[in-house]
Design a protein around this ligand. Structure first.
Ligand code: NAD
Ligand code: UDP
Ligand code: UDP
Length: 342
């Protein structure tokens, strides 16, 4: 189903989005760490609507209660305010491990905490998976490829990461998280799945997270200059969040234990991207060039042959996804200006 429909009340006598009925033998108890964040909350919608029991664990560093508030009080839903760096003892069948800041300004804000979250936090969730004999999916990232010398990036590529640069806390944190996953798989027979997620956007993404999509949309909506870092020749490939959620659920339930890229291979330069968003919003903003970022990957596009082998492919065209995201940002801006006046 369409994730953006999750907020509509489809059953007359229920205040919740419509949930499928599952027989007890098919119903799983699923932990989503970072479930109050952007991707996590869409995944939670999907798992809830599929009829599972969902436990969200989040410390609300970059996530917010509002992203999952439409489930609060539902008998299949639980929300734990907990930091993944601390051990957690609960009983679950599956763990989607997403807890980690994802945007560069957020993960650079406290690099040591980012490292702890991705290392100790992942170790705790693997320990949990081992104890309950559950299946563990790691939300890894295209950043494990660093500034890639291979294009497009396939899963065989080992990457090109500066271990002491400003992005290292995140990139190396995720790389060791992958290493730990396979150590637990080999040594302790934990069932692991590793998704290497490429740039993703959509509603509920942080308006002020400093990522390119949120910056450009916000700047366009406010008729402010669109800030292109450097010449803007660097490229990215953007996938819409519902495509990612489909991929995560398919991968979790597949028998593929090696890493799988999830992303949309449609590649654009950042400068092209500025023009696309500017035109969609129909604004008067100028494009300005500001200082380029240190260690900024110059090209990024996923090779998704492997994911397509499990029957997955991105479905939402970029323009359609952008329009939905622009609409969300418009509403958020309207609400925040309205709240300020009150
Ligand atoms: P997000 O910041 O919206 O969500 C991350 C969530 O994790 C937030 O709710 C945050 O509060 C929570 N969190 C952070 N540290 C925590 C801790 N110590 N304990 C408990 N909870 C904690 O980011 P997102 O875009 O939804 O990303 C989700 C996952 O996907 C992350 O692991 C990220 O690395 C990965 N990923 C995202 C993208 C993307 O483009 N969005 C790309 C690659 C990988
Ligand atoms: N852990 C957890 N929940 C569990 C089981 C383990 O948080 O249900 C944590 C535990 O605190 C430990 C980590 O996961 O730090 C790794 O667990 P493992 O059993 O592999 O290691 P050990 O406890 O033997 O050091
Ligand atoms: N970027 C930009 N202007 C901005 C924010 C980002 O030109 O206001 C560029 C950034 O330098 C990078 C690309 O857009 O080349 C994607 O940045 P983002 O932070 O969204 O994600 P990541 O670098 O993690 O892919």
């Amino acid at each position: 189903g369409d994730m953006s429909q999750a907020d509509t009340h489809s059953s007359e006598d229920s205040k919740y989005p419509k949930v499928k009925f599952l027989m007890e033998k098919d119903r799983k108890r699923i932990l989503v760490t970072g479930g109050a964040g952007f991707v996590g909350s869409h995944l939670v919608d999907r798992l809830m609507m599929d009829g599972h029991e969902v436990v969200v664990m989040d410390n609300f560093f970059t996530g917010r209660k509002r992203n999952v508030e439409h489930w609060i009080g539902h008998e299949n839903f639980e929300l734990l305010n907990h930091d993944v760096v601390e051990p957690l003892y609960i009983e679950v069948d599956q763990i989607y491990h997403l807890a980690s800041p994802a945007s560069p300004p957020h993960y650079m804000y406290n690099p040591i905490k980012t490292i702890k979250t991705n290392t100790i936090g992942t170790l705790n969730m693997l320990g949990l998976a081992k104890r309950v004999n559950g299946r563990f999916l790691l939300a890894s990232t295209s950043e494990v490829y660093g500034d890639p010398e291979v294009h497009p990036q396939n899963e065989e590529y080992w990457g090109h990461v500066n271990p002491i640069g400003p992005r290292a806390c995140y990139d190396e944190g995720k790389r060791v998280a992958e290493t730990m996953s396979y150590a637990y798989a080999k040594q302790e027979h934990v069932q692991v799945r590793v998704a290497r997620i490429f740039n993703t956007f959509g509603p509920r993404m942080h308006m002020s997270d400093g990522r390119v999509v949120s910056n450009f949309i916000l700047q366009s909506l406010q008729d402010q200059p669109i800030t292109v870092f450097g010449a803007g020749k660097q490229t990215r490939s953007f996938q819409y969040v519902s495509d990612l959620v489909n991929g995560l659920v398919m991968l979790m339930n597949s028998n593929i234990s090696t890493p799988v890229n999830l992303g949309n291979p449609e590649e654009h330069s950042i400068l092209e991207f500025a023009t696309i968003i500017k035109n969609l919003v129909g604004c008067k903003s100028d494009v300005v060039h500001v200082k380029e970022q240190e260690d900024d990957p110059q090209r990024r596009r996923p090779d998704i042959t492997k994911a397509m082998g499990m029957g997955w492919q991105p479905k939402v065209p970029m323009i359609e996804g952008l329009n939905r995201t622009i609409e969300y940002f418009r509403q958020e801006l309207f609400q925040s200006s309205h709240n300020q006046k009150m």
